[in-house]
Design a binder for this molecule. Sequence first.
Ligand code: SF4
Length: 358
Amino acid sequence: MLEGHRLDAEECLAVLRTPREARWALVDAAGRVRRHHFGTGVKVNYLVNLKSGLCPEDCFYCSQRLNSEAGILRYSWLSAEEAAEQARAGVCGGASRVCLVSSGRGPSNRDVDRVADIVRAVREEQPDVEVCACLGLLKDGQAERLAEAGVDAYNHNINTAESHHEAICTTHTYDDRVETVGRAQAAGLSACSGLIVGLGESDEQLVEAVLALRELGSESIPVNFLMPFDGTPLAGTWEMTPERALTILCMVRLACPDREVRMAGGREMHLRSLQPIALEAVNSLFLGDYLTSEGHAARTDLQMIADAGLHVLGTDGTLRDPAELLPELENPSDESHQDDRSPRLRRRGAGTELAPNA
Ligand code: SF4
């Protein structure tokens, strides 16, 4: 692998089907490839949902879809000031890339102008941060206008294999998605395109999607795990185990050795206690919350990176000690306030009136 061998579909399938007794050897192999290309750096990305819900498309997995009954926040465009404030919090937490996202099939030209204003406001405060836009399907000229406004990258996930796409969405096609990735690349934007796994795809379809991303030239590959929101067609779908999620990330790393591979939405519920081990395979994550769901406290994510002996990649490519970022967090929320170096005194179970912790 380190000498440039590219896994073919059969080899990817074999990786996916690694027997349990070889699991740690697989993690070790993925870790060696990851360290060869990325050392100990972890790229931290931060999502800002500029416009939430009320989408006319019907993506079956999405809590923002047409007629979604998920109890998500629904709001129209943030102002440039509000977006910049959100972005600031992410940068304080170590994010070197801010991902500006809006729900919808795709932006109107007026929306692109609005996003351009937002990018200017973010850049005024954070001149060095990378800006990725994720606004849906792009029309002629829109990628170029985003590039002129200072956008560095464009996210548009293919989500699943071409052969499985009709099973997850009827209002646009796989080709529509691929076309938008191409439009972004043609405008000089770095392509960020990835997956949602656990959508009922077969192993072969998962491999098909990963190799398609490699061929598409996606430089950054977010791997999301289906979060089965109530009120969506895929509510109750649960195909993942932590071991399976970890194996998938190892397969993506080995198939795409030098690409940014990100453990993305759903990592908390699907990888669970294997998240720090997954950092052996991936070199990127989203900090904190997602578009419509909450992640771990940002402090917990940074602590995980520190505990794994890894570093946060700075905007200038330097490696930062995650522990140094903890005091900079603007909103050290909920459980993150706890000082983990102080034993928490037991106040439940034996000797108390409260139920034991078991
Ligand atoms: S994934 Fe995007 S296009 Fe599809 S329903 Fe959700 S917000 Fe709309």
